[in-house]
Design a protein around this ligand. Structure first.
Ligand SMILES: [Zn+2]
Length: 165
């Protein structure tokens, strides 16, 4: 796979999201982006894992791509992605350069907060904090509601800008 150019698939076309990630500490925002892009993404600190060898072992045992800032750990772990930068745009570029398709899916798939599955909202009344005139989705694990608001648009634009460079 090559990093996407301006003519790459739009977010309405079906995309392969079978790759799953295990992400080292320090990448909190990146984790949210990966989940928004439709990837099952576990964040090390969320499962209490910081120790290098445990992280490596869990990635291997659960067939997840390890994403780490630890170069030595990355070199020892097959299929891992080394991300050096602390800046989000650079991190996204590193991941795109590794062949990961960073486009938003037509509908949200994973909760940015907890990685739970996201499904269409089926409630009969919309909570006060959510817009009534938008399609809503709900996290099956934590109950967080989602809609395509300004945050979704900001993330989409940022990802588009990354792909153009
Ligand atoms: Zn959730």
């Amino acid at each position: 796979m090559v990093p996407s150019g301006p003519n790459a698939a739009s977010s309405t076309e079906p995309t392969d999201r079978s790759q799953r990630f295990l992400v080292d500490a320090m990448f909190g925002t990146l984790v949210t982006y990966l989940r928004m892009c439709g990837y099952d993404t576990v964040y090390g600190p969320d499962i209490g894992v910081g120790a290098d060898d445990r992280l490596r072992q869990i990635a291997k045992w659960t067939d997840r791509t390890l994403l780490t800032r630890d170069r030595e750990l990355a070199e020892r772990t097959d299929g891992s992605i080394f991300v050096a930068s602390t800046a989000l745009d650079e991190q996204l570029r590193s991941i795109a350069a590794a062949g990961v398709d960073l486009t938003l899916p037509a509908e949200p798939q994973y909760c940015g907060r907890c990685n739970g599955h996201v499904t269409r909202f089926c409630g009969d009344s919309v909570p006060e904090y959510a817009p009534e005139d938008r399609r809503l989705w709900a996290c099956e694990s934590c109950g967080q509601l989602f809609w395509k608001g300004s945050h979704w648009a900001d993330v989409r634009d940022r990802l588009q800008a990354i792909r153009k460079k």
